[in-house]
Ligand binder design. Structure first.
Ligand code: GLP
Length: 259
C-alpha cells in the first residue's frame, strides 16, 4: 500500500485522474472500475478536461461500477447510473454498450448473474475507490464476513443517514443496494483510492495504521492489496500514523526541501 500525501483534496483528485489516464494510455481497452459519491467528482472533472484536450480516449474501455441502489431506475436523479452519465459517460463519449452498472429497478437475482458473468470475463484493470464513514467500500457494509462477488446488501443506518443529503427525505433513501464484492475489488490489478474530510478519519486510520484486517471495517482489506495507492490531503494524513509497511510519498516534498 502506498500513501500519497497531497496538498489538497483537489490535488489528490488530479493525481488520481492522472493515474487513471496513464493506465488508459497503456491499455486503451482496459476494464475500468468506477465509484460514485462526492469524493470522485473532481477526478471525473479532471478526466473530462483530459478528454477535451485530446489526452484521453475512452472509446475502447469497459466501464464497470461498484454499486447501485435497489429500487431506483437508471434515470432516477439519485441513481448511480444517472450520476455516471452526467459526471463522466456523456462528457467523454462512453457509450451505453461499454457500461456495466447494476440495475436497481430489475429483479436482483438476475442482475447478480449478469454482473458476476461480466466480472468473471473481464477482470478489472484499475478500480477507483473511496470509503464510507463506517469504512464501507462500494456498499460492503460492516459485517462479520467479506463477500466475494456482486451481492445484495441492506444499507447500514449510518450509510442511509450519510447519503440522506442527496434525497428530499430520509424515507426516500433506499434500504438496499447491489454492490460488487470485496473479492472483486481485491482482484483489480490496481486500486486508486481517495478520501477527504474529517468524518473519514476513523476509517482511514483503520486502513493505514497498524491493526487487523476485519470485515467490521471492510476497507481494512486493502492492507492486503498488492497495488493500492491511497491519496490523502495533508490535513487528513497529518492525523494518521501509517503502519511501517505503508510506503509514504509526500507530493512536493523535494521542492519544499529545495526552497
Ligand atoms: C456511497 C458509495 C461509496 C462511497 C461513499 C462515500 O456510499 N456507495 O462507494 O465511497 O458513498 O461517499 P462520499 O464520497 O460522498 O463521501
Amino acid at each position: 500500500m502506498r500513501l500519497i500525501i497531497t496538498r489538497s483534496g483537489l490535488e489528490s483528485a488530479q493525481l488520481a485522474a492522472e493515474a487513471i489516464r496513464t493506465a488508459l494510455v497503456q491499455k486503451p481497452d482496459m476494464t475500468l472500475g468506477l465509484a460514485t459519491g462526492s469524493t470522485p467528482i473532481p477526478v471525473y472533472q479532471a478526466l473530462v478536461d483530459a478528454y477535451q484536450q485530446g489526452r484521453a480516449d475512452f472509446s475502447r474501455i469497459h466501464a464497470v461500477n461498484l454499486d447501485e441502489y435497489v429500487g431506483l431506475s437508471p434515470d432516477h436523479p439519485q441513481s448511480y447510473r444517472r450520476y455516471m452519465e452526467e459526471n463522466l459517460f456523456r462528457p467523454v463519449g462512453i457509450r451505453p454498450e461499454q457500461v456495466v452498472i447494476p440495475r436497481g429497478d430489475l429483479e436482483p437475482e438476475g442482475e447478480l448473474v449478469r454482473l458476476n458473468q461480466f466480472t468473471a470475463a473481464h477482470p478489472i484493470d484499475l478500480q477507483l475507490l473511496s470509503v464510507g464513514v463506517n469504512g464501507h467500500i462500494g456498499f460492503n457494509e460492516p459485517e462479520s464476513v467479506f463477500y466475494d462477488k456482486y451481492h445484495l446488501v441492506s444499507l447500514a443506518q449510518q450509510t442511509r443517514i450519510s447519503n440522506a443529503r442527496f434525497f428530499s427525505s430520509m424515507e426516500e433513501v433506499p434500504t438496499q443496494a447491489i454492490t460488487m464484492g470485496v473479492g472483486d475489488i481485491m482482484r483489480a490489478g490496481k486500486i486508486v483510492f481517495l478520501a477527504t474530510g474529517q468524518e473519514k478519519l476513523p476509517a482511514m486510520q483503520a486502513i493505514l495504521e497498524p491493526g487487523p484486517v476485519t470485515p467490521a471495517c471492510q476497507g481494512t482489506v486493502l492492507k492486503l492489496h498488492r497495488d493500492c495507492d491511497i491519496y490523502l490531503d495533508q490535513e487528513l494524513a497529518g492525523q494518521i500514523t501509517p503502519a511501517p509497511e505503508v510506503e509514504v510519498i509526500r507530493v512536493g516534498a523535494a521542492k519544499e526541501v529545495l526552497l
